[in-house]
Design a protein around this ligand. Structure first.
Ligand code: HEM
Ligand SMILES: *[C@@H]1O[C@H](CO)[C@@H](O)[C@H](O)[C@H]1NC(C)=O
Ligand SMILES: *[C@@H]1O[C@H](CO)[C@@H](O)[C@H](O)[C@H]1NC(C)=O
Ligand SMILES: *[C@@H]1O[C@H](CO)[C@@H](O)[C@H](O)[C@H]1NC(C)=O
Ligand SMILES: *[C@@H]1O[C@H](CO)[C@@H](O)[C@H](O)[C@H]1NC(C)=O
Ligand SMILES: CC(=O)N[C@H]1CO[C@H](CO)[C@@H](O)[C@@H]1O
Length: 334
């Protein structure tokens, strides 16, 4: 009797274990071939090392989360999440992604270098730059929360090509309308929900005047501002951007709350104070506008953002034997 019971328990345990394993695999493999604990055997301290460096750097620079999550977005939308955005130009005839105009203000490359240096010391040529960027962005945005805002399955490998010419058509511009935004996201396997949810990242960070000043000055050729922009806010922005083409002045995208990752972006948007035409465009479609209203609720936004970030982090990833593990995130291996 006793033996039978034990076997029964053992059987049930195994069955449960099997179900849990399958669920784990599904969770991680839902979008791609990435997996949790990818470096468990080859570099067990990898995630801890990234987290430690990011914690320190984020304490000194609370704007780091904005820098790194935008860098990951630019990485994933051009050639997939393959760290192509990190490569320096080798041949001036073929400038790398970093050199393209929308890169303007991409920064945080030095932080990625620091992490790579530490990881090369701990486990040489094991952890990809693409995985480092995905972890670093997550940890930097999560830093003020004391918990991880989204999961980052791992196993991305690094690409060997980076071309500024490929930014166009892949990274949407700030004056893009709704249909062209949606098209850009659809091309990456993301849908309208992802578009509205990921745009919520504009709740942190800043923009240079040049990205939106056309909305402030002579928008329709009659010396006016974009009529879809709140009038008082347009006056406020003109004061901040007296020189419309300024490459140096920056403006908070979520006024008064640009260091705080929250749902304020959607409140501001509904007050017609979205900074870019691409933000305002999210109100021009019925379904999208409805989502904006829903996402004002924290309980809706945070889990949705986590899911969309996991989708973004899995775009066209290189896995298995594809690509390589760079020794230096700025240059391909010899
Ligand atoms: C939907 C299409 C998008 C457009 C048109 C767009 C456009 C822009 C532009 C023009 C800037 C200002 C750059 C500058 O002048 O310094 C910016 C900043 C930023 N974007 Fe986006 N973006 C989009 C989507 C995203 C996504 C998907 C994310 C991340 C998930 C993101 C995160 C950020 C962040 C955090 C900043 C602030 C960066 C900083 O403070 O340095 N954006 N975006
Ligand atoms: C996973 O990897 C296999 C073999 O490397 C490949 O055939 C398959 O397309 C990949 N699946 C996804 C979703 O990337
Ligand atoms: C850059 O590429 C062009 C075109 O392939 C080639 O003619 C040139 O020699 C290259 N320059 C360097 C420095 O490699
Ligand atoms: C949206 O922008 C695209 C590209 O600039 C343009 O071809 C299209 O006509 C615009 N659509 C609308 C509805 O304005
Ligand atoms: C505004 O735009 C119109 C039409 O493009 C142009 O004729 C006019 O000179 C512009 N005004 C200013 C102040 O730039
Ligand atoms: C970080 C970086 O490489 N920024 C470059 C962005 O592109 C401009 C030219 O459009 C360069 O001057 C910057 O150096």
């Amino acid at each position: 009797m006793k033996a039978g019971y034990s076997i029964f328990v053992l059987f049930v345990s195994l069955a449960l274990f099997g179900i849990v394993e399958v669920c784990n695999a599904r969770g991680a493999h839902g979008f791609s071939n990435l997996s949790y604990n990818y470096y468990r055997r080859t570099c067990p301290r990898a995630e801890k090392i990234v987290r430690g460096i990011i914690r320190e750097r984020a304490r000194i620079n609370p704007a780091l989360g904005a820098k790194l999550i935008r860098m990951q977005f630019h990485d994933c939308f051009v050639r997939g999440c393959d760290a192509s955005v990190l490569l320096d130009t080798v041949n001036g005839s073929f400038p790398s992604e970093k050199k393209a105009v929308p890169n303007l203000s991409l920064s945080g490359f030095d932080v990625i270098d620091d992490i790579k240096t530490a990881l090369e010391k701990a486990c040489p040529k094991v952890v990809s730059c693409a995985d480092i960027l995905a972890l670093a962005a997550r940890d930097a945005v999560s830093a003020p929360f004391g918990r991880r805002l989204w999961d980052v399955p791992l196993g991305r490998r690094d690409g060997r090509i980076s071309l500024a010419s490929e930014i166009n058509g892949n990274i949407p511009g700030p004056s893009a309308n709704f249909s062209s935004l949606l098209q850009t996201f659809n091309k990456k396997g993301l849908d309208v929900n992802d578009l509205v949810i990921l745009s919520g990242a504009h709740t942190i960070g800043v923009s240079h005047c040049g990205a939106f000043s056309r909305r402030l000055y002579n928008f329709t050729g009659k010396g006016d501002a974009d009529p879809s922009l709140d009038r008082t806010y347009a006056i406020f922005l003109r004061k901040q951007c007296p020189n419309p083409a300024s490459q140096t002045i920056t403006v908070e995208m979520d006024p008064g709350s640009s260091l705080k990752f929250d749902t304020h972006y959607y409140d501001v948007l509904l007050q017609n104070k979205g900074l870019f035409q691409s933000d305002a465009a999210l109100l021009t479609d019925g379904h999208s506008r409805g989502l904006v209203t829903t996402l004002r609720r924290k309980r809706s936004f945070f889990p949705a953002f986590a899911t969309s970030m996991m989708k973004m982090g899995a775009i066209e990833v290189l896995t298995g034997n594809a690509g390589e593990i760079r020794a230096n995130c700025r240059v391909v291996n010899p």
